[in-house]
Ligand binder design. Structure first.
Ligand code: SF4
Ligand code: SF4
Length: 182
């Protein structure tokens, strides 16, 4: 399977339809802090440059705003491509900054449990994972006093559906690795 086919299987996006018009990069709010614009990253994927793609800062700095999708004449959803690359980087143990990996895991852990983000729980888990538990306590107290942080999580009504999605993701990774599907 080529890298472009793998991306298509994981994200549903046909990156081979990209003809490098750069409209996505022109509207992307994080290009200025990235080593590669989205159009450059898509080109790297077309060329099978897995290492270049997995090492790109854009994978982790993408805000998920989907401006690229709105601008792309071929309907390529860059955020989905980058989500696939996040998963690939995690599976390949290629996340260079452990704090980034910890934040990603903490965020997804809350979504898996509650069906939506729970900021206080996410920050506690992130700080436990990174050994920085007391670092932002004064800021956290201020935010709680101003009701910017909820003490308890609010549960999404159909969080069971998300749980199924996560389980399907685990099964997919096992299939990819040739493991046991039971
Ligand atoms: S979704 Fe990500 S890649 Fe696309 S425009 Fe927004 S920040 Fe850039
Ligand atoms: S806007 Fe679409 S076609 Fe143009 S460079 Fe970006 S991904 Fe490729």
């Amino acid at each position: 399977m080529t890298l472009a086919e793998e991306i298509r299987e994981r994200s549903g996006q046909d990156i081979n339809s990209c003809y490098q018009c750069h409209k996505c990069s022109g509207g992307c709010p994080v290009t200025f802090v990235c080593d590669l614009p989205l159009s450059g990253l898509v080109r790297a994927l077309q060329l099978g440059l897995r290492d270049v793609a997995l090492a790109s800062r854009l994978v982790w700095l993408c805000s998920g705003c989907r401006a690229c999708f709105e601008r792309c004449p071929n309907g390529i959803d860059g955020a989905r491509v980058l989500d696939a690359l996040k998963a690939m980087a995690k599976e390949a143990d290629r996340v260079e900054d452990p704090q980034v990996a910890a934040f990603h895991d903490a965020f997804l852990g809350m979504v898996r449990r509650f069906g939506r983000a729970y900021e206080l729980g996410m920050m506690a888990e992130y700080k436990l994972r990174t050994g920085t538990l007391t670092q932002d306590v004064p800021l956290g107290m201020k935010m709680m006093a101003r009701r910017k942080l909820r003490l308890l999580p609010s549960l999404a009504p159909r969080r069971g559906d998300l749980g199924r999605l996560f389980r399907e993701g685990v099964r997919y990774r096992k299939r990819q690795a040739g493991g046991d599907l039971a």
